[in-house]
Design a protein around this ligand. Structure first.
Ligand SMILES: [Zn+2]
Length: 125
């Protein structure tokens, strides 16, 4: 049986397990008056899903199933939720420095702006 929230005419709030059939009204446990169901709170199960950080998102065209509209729509929703969360909790943002080109001849270059340059081969002792 699902759990519903009720409010009686006296203003007592209570939760009550109720069958779908008689969920509309229940007796208040405090004063016994008929109480109306109020809209349920949205259950977050204790914790909201924070979504993926930026660097866990697909980074390539192939990673989005070649732009599958359903998948990219889902990503967009996930990402806008994540951005709102990061506005409130900047510590979730992670490394915000831009990522340099890192393929081909840039392979050995620093990945992010500000990373130390790699030691050139043969010069370390
Ligand atoms: Zn009451």
């Amino acid at each position: 049986m699902p759990l519903y929230d009720y409010c009686c005419p006296q203003g007592h709030l209570f939760e009550q397990l109720a069958a779908i059939a008689d969920r509309a009204q229940q007796a208040c446990p405090a004063c016994g008056q008929t109480s109306d169901k109020i809209p349920s709170r949205i259950s977050l199960g204790g914790q909201a899903n924070p979504g993926r950080p930026a660097d866990m998102m697909p980074q390539t065209w192939r990673g989005t199933y070649e732009g599958n509209p359903e998948y990219t729509g889902q990503l967009r929703r996930e990402w806008s939720k994540r951005r709102k969360l990061e506005e409130k909790h900047p510590e979730l943002r992670g490394d915000q420095r831009p990522v340099h080109a890192h393929e081909g001849r840039y392979h050995a270059k620093p990945l992010r702006a500000g990373d130390p340059l790699p030691t050139p081969r043969g010069t370390d002792t």
